[in-house]
Design a protein around this ligand. Structure first.
Ligand SMILES: Nc1ncnc2c1ncn2[C@@H]1O[C@H](COP(=O)(O)OP(=O)(O)O)[C@@H](O)[C@H]1O
Ligand SMILES: [Mg+2]
Length: 262
């Protein structure tokens, strides 16, 4: 059984950075890992230093290719289009050592974002079993994990910056999950880009939310130079605060231990 980790939270809080470093860590320690970019503004591949072709490596791009083929009547009669799509998506996985990458991408035609979402869920059901871990970098909405069926998220990390607004948004995400009745194992709050310590006021706010504060991660001075230079975050030094924070997350959730694997 694979373990699914979903990373959620408000935009700009560090979801992609944390997803990338966590996926890379798990790929090193316990491959194979599937990293999934669930944000239509695809950018997880950059953080991982992987190439991406919008047309052949994203679900949205592949879906458009299919629509074009349908319009131009290029499919032979009786072609199983779902099987064709599945095959194209498998082919479109970006492969690297210990880690495969899949991006949802966006779909330009008819605002059919929900259709792409549906396809992502379908494909995850098919693919997940091939991996030890699936790490999903979510966009701010939670559509990918809102199945209301049985697909499970083993560990949900809600990332927040140390502002009241962001923490309040984290609580909304938590409520959304409850309302959607998604089957989620552990739910944790991660405060990222913390300058100094958690203030008593923040601590009180967090306590009132009922969220478990798992880890705090300080502002990482090594991030800006990498981002400016377009370098992958996997080049962060081992003792970098963000990387250490991610090791902390993996340790405290038991992701690196066998205990989740029951
Ligand atoms: N701990 C940190 N220290 C410094 N910069 C950070 C840290 N975490 C994230 N960032 C920066 O914040 C910005 C937003 O991060 P990102 O992971 O793209 O957020 P999200 O995916 O939630 O929108 C990026 O420029 C990233 O480099
Ligand atoms: Mg992001």
């Amino acid at each position: 059984m694979s373990i699914t980790i979903a990373v959620a939270g408000k935009g700009g809080t560090g979801k992609t950075a944390i997803s990338a470093l966590l996926a890379a860590l798990l790929a090193k320690e316990s491959p194979p890992v599937l990293a999934v970019d669930g944000d239509p503004a695809t950018n997880l591949h950059q953080a991982l230093g992987l190439p991406l072709d919008d047309e052949t490596n994203t679900i949205g791009g592949i879906r458009e290719l299919m629509e074009e083929k349908i319009t131009q009547a290029e499919f032979a009669l009786g072609t199983d289009k779902q099987a064709w799509l599945d095959a194209k998506i498998f082919e479109g996985l970006v492969e690297s050592a210990g880690l495969d990458f899949l991006a949802m991408g966006r779909s330009e035609s008819q605002g059919c974002y929900c259709a792409v979402n549906h396809m992502l869920r379908h494909i995850l059901d098919k693919l997940a079993g091939n991996y030890q871990y699936v790490v999903i970098d979510n966009e701010a909405g939670m559509e990918h994990i809102s199945r209301q069926t049985t697909r499970d998220v083993d560990v949900l990390l809600i990332i927040s910056d140390p502002t009241i607004r962001s923490i309040t948004a984290a609580v909304r995400t938590r409520k959304l999950i409850d309302d959607l009745r998604t089957n989620v194992g552990q739910v944790h709050l991660v405060i990222n880009r913390l300058a100094g310590n958690i203030t008593p006021q923040m601590s009180e706010l967090i306590a009132g939310t009922g969220l478990n504060l798992l880890v705090t991660i300080p502002e990482d001075p090594n991030m800006a130079p990498l981002e400016t230079g377009g370098r992958p975050l996997t080049e962060l030094p081992p003792d970098s605060p963000l990387r250490r924070g991610v090791v902390d997350i993996a340790t405290k959730t038991g992701l690196l231990a066998e205990k989740l694997r029951t």
